[in-house]
Each structure stands twice: as structure tokens, then as C-alpha cells.
Design a protein around this ligand. Structure first.
Ligand SMILES: [Zn+2]
Length: 111
């Protein structure tokens, strides 16, 4: 998937328009982040766990206090589908959010 996407991307976007000087120095002209690699998810539970990780990531990085506050998230689309409660991961009136446990996949996400 990465190879096909990168080839198609390079055909459309000139390499001079891609990336910072640092990325060009390291010959990283593509759209992929360093240490990014694709991974097949085997079942619905694994997909859901990664969705949780993605939706909680803005909280983990201190951008918002709760997943529902991150306006760029797909979180609300999943709420509309009934896959999440509106208050999933919400810190409510607690001072500190209580993050889900992602230790089993964090080494796979480059974080
Ligand atoms: Zn909240």
C-alpha cells in the first residue's frame, strides 16, 4: 500500500514541494512520517483498540482534556454510529484524565 500510494503521490506532486530541509537531508521526501510502517489488523477487537488509541491520542499529547474536545477527530462519526458513548474517555469533573491502557501497542506506533 505504501509503495503504490507513494508512487501515485510522486506522480502528482513535484519532489521540490515535499518536505522540510531536514526531511530532504534524510531523503524523506514522501508523505510518510519517520518510523511509519503499515500493519494488518487481524480482527475487530484489534481494530477497535487502535481506534481507541487514535481517538485518545490528542489527550495523551496534552492537546485537549477529553477525546470529544478534539475538533479534528473522527470520534463524533463513531459516536453517531453508536460505536462510542459521547463521554468515552472523558475526564468529567476529575482533575486528571484516566487514559485507557495502550502499552500493548505503543511500541508499534512509534511513540
Ligand atoms: Zn470531556
Amino acid at each position: 500500500m505504501k509503495v503504490l500510494f507513494t508512487r501515485a503521490f510522486r506522480a502528482i506532486v513535484p519532489s521540490t514541494e515535499i518536505g522540510s530541509a531536514s526531511r530532504q537531508k534524510h531523503r524523506e521526501r514522501d508523505v510518510w512520517q519517520r518510523r511509519f510502517w503499515e500493519r494488518s489488523l487481524c480482527d475487530r477487537d484489534e481494530v477497535n483498540h487502535y481506534l481507541d488509541y487514535i481517538h485518545y491520542n490528542p489527550v495523551k499529547h496534552g492537546l485537549v482534556a477529553c477525546p470529544h474536545q478534539w475538533k479534528y477527530s473522527s470520534f463524533w462519526r463513531y459516536v453517531e454510529k453508536g460505536m462510542y458513548a459521547e463521554n468515552w474517555g472523558c475526564c468529567g469533573d476529575r482533575q486528571e484524565p484516566k487514559p485507557p491502557d495502550f502499552r500493548n501497542i505503543e511500541h508499534l506506533t512509534g511513540e
